[in-house]
Design a protein around this ligand. Structure first.
Ligand SMILES: [Zn+2]
Length: 266
């Protein structure tokens, strides 16, 4: 929810268009009705997106095409490793790229990473984010053992659609950004400008996301949830006269400080 509020305000203040994307490429983990829950939660909070909602499940041809390009350019290898074989950073732990892997055997597809050729980036909220070599795996999954597209691939392709100039999301995804920028680099795509905001965790340590937020906010007043998000984003408190979500958002829009590098990463 914090990322939704931040990206909404950033887009509106810059007179941009606020696109909404539903990441629904993982059917086994998907809860029925979760997409509808996200949309209704956003509307409840006055966060009206522009244009049609994009669903990742509709983008399979673009992901297939990217995988084919990576395969043609020699960036992919088949990996037989299960979770127990992986190294500490989640990279292939059995040197599968040197092994002739039976195409019929269950395998994932991994992309090679050349850490020395990666570049840091200027984060809109957190400032410059360097590449920390020992935190970057030497390869990562782009297609899972179960045949599904990996999040890293899908997000990278969707983020690089030319009309997407700025991506605002939770700081829990900060480490993924280097991998997704690597995919842009080797696919010849232009990376958008990334900004990461601190995420809120509930008392059980779970991220208060659009999904979990849908349940959490149904019993509360949306304007209060917005106030909490603004506080978390180090924005000034709306006056007590702002009661409805749109009144709170109008105030937030007037005061939105946009890029800042002082937010804590939580
Ligand atoms: Zn492996």
């Amino acid at each position: 929810m914090v990322a939704a509020v931040a990206s909404f305000l950033d887009a509106r203040q810059n007179r941009g268009v606020w696109h909404l994307r539903i990441d629904d490429i993982d059917p086994p983990r998907q809860v029925n009705g979760s997409a509808e829950g996200i949309l209704s939660t956003l509307i409840q909070h006055g966060l009206q997106w522009d244009g049609p909602v994009a669903y990742q499940s509709h983008s399979a041809p673009a992901y297939e095409q990217a995988l084919q390009q990576l395969e043609d350019d020699g960036w992919l290898f088949r990996c037989l490793c299960t979770r127990t074989h992986l190294n500490a950073l989640g990279a292939c732990g059995q040197n599968c790229q040197e092994t002739l892997v039976d195409r019929e055997a269950p395998h994932s597809l991994r992309v090679r990473v050349q850490v020395d050729n990666m570049c840091g980036f200027e984060d809109g909220f957190l400032g410059f984010q360097p590449v920390v070599k020992n935190e970057i795996p030497v390869d990562f999954i782009v297609r899972r053992r179960d045949g599904l597209f990996a999040y890293q691939l899908a997000a990278a392709i969707d983020d690089a659609i030319p009309r997407h100039t700025h991506v605002v999301r939770g700081a829990d995804l900060l480490k993924s950004t280097h991998r997704q920028r690597w995919l842009h680099h080797i696919l010849g795509l232009t990376s958008p400008h990334y900004s990461h905001v601190p995420v809120i965790y509930d008392e059980n340590g779970n991220k208060l996301s659009k999904q979990t937020g849908a349940k959490a906010v149904s019993a509360s007043i949306p304007a209060n949830t917005l106030r909490r998000c603004l506080q978390h984003l180090s924005q000034s408190d709306p006056p007590s006269s702002a009661v409805t979500p749109s009144e709170v958002l109008d105030h937030a829009l007037d005061c939105w400080t946009g890029t800042r590098s002082t937010l804590p990463v939580t």
